[in-house]
Design a protein around this ligand. Structure first.
Ligand code: PGA
Length: 227
């Protein structure tokens, strides 16, 4: 049985009160998690609170940040370093298409962030929408010695309710593995509890990155269950 990552990406959503409600309603104690690792990536403001709740409730959930600074700590107003994120998180999402598009993150910035994550001991979840984006980071990934997971997210599938076909997603995951060797490849883009296992049953897909449907704790627990 392969090991799956089921990753929630909350994006720019949720207050403290809403996070408290989410965590109280997120019940996974009846789910067999033998081969499933749940990872929740809230905004930076919620990392500490979510971590304390996970510890208090003894939940088998790991925390991820959604981004980190490309720079070491210092005079960079508004930034959060990899080392600071590591106080709370084991994972970090890097190069999400929303950051590439809305915040001008190019391949240079993405490699700097991958390097920062690596140095701080954060496991990177590198989001890509094409094989070109893999080629750009290939030498770093192969030489990093760090723990990097790829999330393949076709642009047309993100937030559209129109997921890729499992066959296409699996073909892409296979090509990524041919390029990079042994690496986990997740699928992301309009994953729901109804379609999640059509992806996780594919031979080359090692989990899912879930945006919108992770905001509702009941929907997300059904995704964890069905994966
Ligand atoms: P979505 O987002 O599940 O809302 O399509 C996925 C993502 O952007 O990671």
């Amino acid at each position: 049985m392969k090991n799956l990552y089921i990753v929630a990406n909350w994006k720019e959503n949720k207050s403290l009160r809403e996070t408290n409600e989410w965590i109280n309603a997120f019940v996974i104690s009846d789910i067999d998690l033998t081969n499933k690792q749940v990872i929740v990536c809230p905004p930076f403001t919620l990392l500490g609170f979510l971590k304390s709740k996970i510890v208090e409730k003894n939940l088998p959930v790991k925390i991820g940040a959604q981004d980190i600074s490309r720079l070491e700590e210092g005079s960079y107003t508004g930034e959060i370093s990899a080392r600071q994120a590591k106080d709370y998180a084991d994972f970090v999402i890097i190069g999400h298409s929303e950051r590439r598009t809305n915040f001008g993150e190019d391949e240079g910035v993405i490699s700097e962030k991958l390097e920062m994550a690596n140095k701080a001991g954060l496991n990177s979840i590198l989001c890509v929408s094409s094989l070109d984006q893999i080629s750009n980071q290939k030498s770093f990934i192969l030489n990093s010695g760090g723990d990097i997971t790829i999330a393949y997210e076709p642009l047309s599938a993100i937030g559209s309710g129109n997921p890729d076909t499992p066959k296409n997603a699996d073909d892409m995951a296979k090509k990524i593995k041919e390029e990079l060797g042994s690496i986990k490849v997740l699928y992301g883009g309009s994953v729901s509890f109804e379609n999640v296992n059509s992806f996780t049953l594919m031979p080359n897909i090692d989990g899912v990155l879930v945006g919108h449907e992770s905001l509702d704790p009941l929907e997300f627990s059904k995704i964890v269950k069905n994966a």
